[in-house]
Design a protein around this ligand. Sequence first.
Ligand code: SF4
Length: 659
Amino acid sequence: MRYGETGYNLEIDLTRGSIERVETDPKDTELYLGGLGTNAKILWDRVPADADPFSPDNILIFSTGLLCSTPAPGANRTIVATYSPQTKFMAYSMMGGLFAPELKFAGYDKLIFSGKSPNLVYIWINNDKVEIRDASHLKGKGAVETQELIKKELNEPDCQVAAIGLAGENRVFMASIEQGRSSASRLGVGAVMGDKGIKAVAVRGTKDINIARPTEFLQLCNEVLEYIKFREERPIPNVMTILQGLGSPQEMKHTDEKWHTENFMWGNARTRRKDFWNDEIEKKWEKTQLGARKRLISCYNCPMKCGAIISLPGMSTYMMKCFSKLTYTMAAYVEDLDFAFRIAQRATEYGVDGFSTPQTMAFAFELKEAGILTDKDFEGTSAYEACPTDNEGRFYWLLDRVARREGIGDILADGTYWAAQKIGKGSEAFAHNNIKKHEQLPLKLGMLNPVYFLMYCTGEKMNITQIEGQFPQSPFMTMEEKEEFISDWIQVPDEKFKQYVLDWEMRGEKSNPYYPTPEIATDIVDWQEMMHFVDDALGVCAGLSSFPLKPPYHIHNYPKFVAAATGIDMDEEKLTEVYRRNRNLVRAINVRRGLRRVDEKPPEDHWKKRFPELEEKLLDTYYKFKGWNNDGIPMKETLEGLGLGYVAEDFLQRGILTD
Ligand code: SF4
C-alpha cells in the first residue's frame, strides 16, 4: 500500500489521444518526495535538453505535492512544471485553491501531458473515468467563464476546473492558468497549455488517501493549527505590517498601502513616488476596496483567508489575492483603485500574469513616449478603434491587443525582453527590469543587500517573493528589538542565525553591503531556498512556511510530517539531503539548457549603489558552498554525492563538465 501519495500518475498523450494510468516508483518518492522534486526528475528523464517549449516534445505537468489531500493545513499546492517560453528554462509555477487535493482524491499524484492536440479540448477526470472532450465551443471564452461553463455542462458543481483564457490559447508568454481561488501565473505555463490545445482540466475525486501513522499525523496537524492561532494573536513587532502575520501577503485584508505605493516603482519600474500616500487617498482606497470585496476566502484546508471575492457593478465576480490590486494601478499611473479591480477582472478572464502584463504595457507606453514606437503602432483597424489617450483607456486597449496578439500586442505578448529584441532601436534599454528574460518586482533600492543579491541572481523560481522569507529583510534598530525577535525563534535550523540577527546593524561595518558577509549571506539564502524547495515538493503553501517570518512549518517538524504521512524514514538530515538533490536537479536541467553565471545578474538599476567586486565574491562563495564550479554548474562529486550520478554522466558526455 502507498501512503501519503496515490502511487499513480495520469499520462495523456494529446497527439495520439491516449490516456494511461501509470504506477510510479516509490523509490523516486524517497529520493525526491513529490511535487517539484519528481517533476524535475520527469522533465530531466523525458524531455530532450534542446526541446522548444512549444514543441510536442515538451511536457506539461500538473503535480500535487506529497502532503496534498492529507489533513496538513495549507497542503493544497498544484506545482505546474514545463519549459518556459519566456526564459526557455524550467518553469514551475504554483497554484493554490482546491485543484491539487481534488486531483489526488481522484487517484492521481500528477497529470502529465505530452504531444499536442490538433483541436481545442478539455480533459474531464471523474475518479477512474477520464475523457478528452471537444472544447471548440469554449474557444475564446474567459478563464473564469470557462470554469463555470464546464461545471454546468458536466452538471458537476463540485468539480475543480483549471482553465486558460484567450491569452493562453494565443500562446501569450505571460499567460496564466486560472483555477477558482488561485492561478499558476508566472513564466508562461498557460501558453504551453494553450499550445498543447488544452482549454481546461476538470477533476472530481472522491477517494481516500492513506496515512501511515494517522494519530501521530493528526497530532502534528493540530500543533500547526495551534501555532497559527498563537501567531495570529502575537503579530511580530518592529517589522512592516505585511511581515507581521502569516499567509500570502494579506493584500485583500489590509488597506494601508503606504509602503508599497511609496517604495515600489510606478510605470515600468521607473518612478518612485515618495509622498504619494495621504489621508485622502487612504480613505478613498479603503472605501473602494471594502466596497469591491465581498468576502475573504481561503484555499483548501487553510484558515488564513488570503484571497477575496471581488464584485463590482457591471462585472462578473472573480477572485483576487496578493499584489494584483496594485500592479495595474501603479504601472498605469492611475490613482483610482477602482481601475485596479476592474482591469484585473478583464485580465483574469484573459488569463495573464498580474506582474509581467502591466510591466509590459507600461514598457510599451514608455517606448511610445521615447518615439521608438509611434502613433502608427497604436492606430485602429477595421476590427478595433485607435488607442485612447487617457491612462485607463490605453491600458484596457493594450491589454485587449496583447491577449489577442493583434498589431503591436503580438510583439508585446512575448514580454519585455523578447519584444525589445524584435523592436530594436534602443528599446532594449527600456527592458531594464529583467532577470533571465523575466520581469521582476518593480522595486529599486539604494544600498545593495547581499542576501537579496544572491536570491535575485541564483533563484530559479524567477520570482523574488517566492524565494525569500524566514530571515528579516532588514536589521532591527536596537539590541532590545533584536533580542526580542530571536527569543522565540524556534524555526532556525542552527543557532548561528540568531547571532547573525544580533550582529546585523543599520550602519557601520556590520551593515549592508558588507554584512551579512558572503559566507553568512550564503547560509541565509541556503536556508530560505531549502524551505521553498521542501514546500514545493510537499505542496504546502509558502504562506505557512517559507515566505513569512516564524511560520508554523519548519525544518524541525517537516520531517515528522513526511514520516507520519508516508512511513518514509525521515529526519532533518535526510530532508536536507532531499532538498540539496532537488535543488541540484533543477539547476542541472537549466544548465543543460544553457544557464551560466553570466545569466545570474539582477537588473543593473536594481540598487543605486553597486559593488562589482563584492558581487563577484558573493557569487563565488555561494557557488562554492553549493559544490558548483565558477560558472554555476554542479560538479561531478556534488552530483554523485547526492545520487545524481546520471546527471554527472550526462554533463560529461555533453562536455558541460570535464572529468
Ligand atoms: S496561507 Fe493563504 S494562500 Fe496559502 S493556502 Fe492559506 S489561504 Fe491559501
